[in-house]
Design a protein around this ligand. Structure first.
Ligand code: DHB
Ligand code: FE
Length: 305
């Protein structure tokens, strides 16, 4: 049986990707941001899953006003890095996991969440920047990734409650997959930021820190927060935070298990126009399932073979 073993939450600021690609990580401005992920890179090396289910939003790159799926699951063998206007980022292509993705689509749709099946999609900074923050500059991403795109760009967008419930359905889907896979779920986007209009540049640290607190201790209450509160308090693009609730909903405490262990929390202001927030939660108790990672590492061929 496959298991969700941990969840990761992080902002996806495009300028972070550009700073990394241009070798600016040691400049004081960027060093402050990247040092918050030093722990995370080491943690991911020690807890490399078999698959990452990565919840992100497309920024009118793969989709446009021509077609606006609310929830779209990437079922392809691989996904190209998108050209967002300056050429594709010099990062590895994304290898998918069509078998698990198709299984999750089947299960989640049977649980009454209507997903769009995407067999071809270029992935933008919403997906590649979180991978870069968590891995640095690898030749290949550490494992297959299932991209899961959420519409947070064009209203109507899904509610926090729907996102949390979708996370619960994804957990059930993963647990009904026969193979022993160690799966992490990542929720990305946010934190407070507004890129347009008279309030452009808005950042609200008090809101962001309270959001991080509630992600940990009160996800059900947080799921009741209406869109207008995100927009008023966290800015028009702060609404990206609603995606974090999908990853949070997949953690075992919401299915009757013990509270997850928060192993890392980081917050800094600003990066570009955005507040950067980051959490890592591991499943605890019976849900921790470290054996899956160990099994995977034992069967992986050694590089010296
Ligand atoms: C910025 C943040 C985003 O989330 C995004 O999608 C684009 C730009 C920014 O802070 O510049
Ligand atoms: Fe964004």
């Amino acid at each position: 049986m496959a298991r969700i073993t941990a969840s990761v939450y992080t902002s996806h600021v495009p300028a972070i990707g550009a700073a990394l690609d241009a070798g600016k990580t040691h400049e004081p401005y960027w060093q402050r941001v990247f040092q918050g992920y030093d722990f995370s890179k080491q943690w991911l090396k020690e807890h490399t899953p078999d698959v990452i289910f990565l919840v992100f939003n497309d920024h009118a790159t793969a989709f446009s006003l021509d077609m606006i799926p609310t929830f779209a699951i990437g079922t392809a063998e691989e996904f190209k890095v998108a050209d967002e206007g300056w050429g594709p980022r010099p990062v590895p292509k994304v290898i998918g996991h069509p078998q698990l993705a198709s299984h999750i689509a089947q299960s989640v749709i049977q649980q009454d969440f209507d997903l769009t099946i995407v067999n071809k999609m270029d992935v933008d900074h919403g997906l590649t920047v979180p991978l870069s923050l968590m891995t640095g500059q690898p030749k290949a991403w550490p494992c297959p990734v299932i991209p899961f795109a959420v519409n947070v760009v064009q209203y109507p967008i899904p509610s926090g409650r729907r996102c949390l419930n979708l996370g619960k359905a994804i957990r059930k889907a993963v647990e009904s997959y026969d193979d022993d896979l160690n799966v992490q779920i990542w929720g990305t986007g946010g934190m407070s930021h507004q890129l347009q209009g008279p309030r452009a540049g808005l950042i609200n640290s008090e809101f962001d820190q309270a959001f991080l607190d509630r992600m940990i201790a009160d996800p059900e209450g947080l799921a009741a927060m209406p869109h207008i509160d995100y927009v008023r308090e966290a800015g028009s693009e702060g609404i990206e935070l609603v995606m974090w609730l999908i990853a949070r909903g997949a953690m075992g405490d919401l299915a009757g298990g013990p509270a997850p262990k928060v192993v890392h929390r980081f917050y800094t202001v600003p990066a570009s126009n955005t507040a950067v927030g980051h959490l890592i939660m591991e499943e605890s108790g019976d849900f921790a399932a470290p054996a899956y990672g160990a099994a995977r590492q034992q069967v992986a061929p050694s590089s010296t073979d």
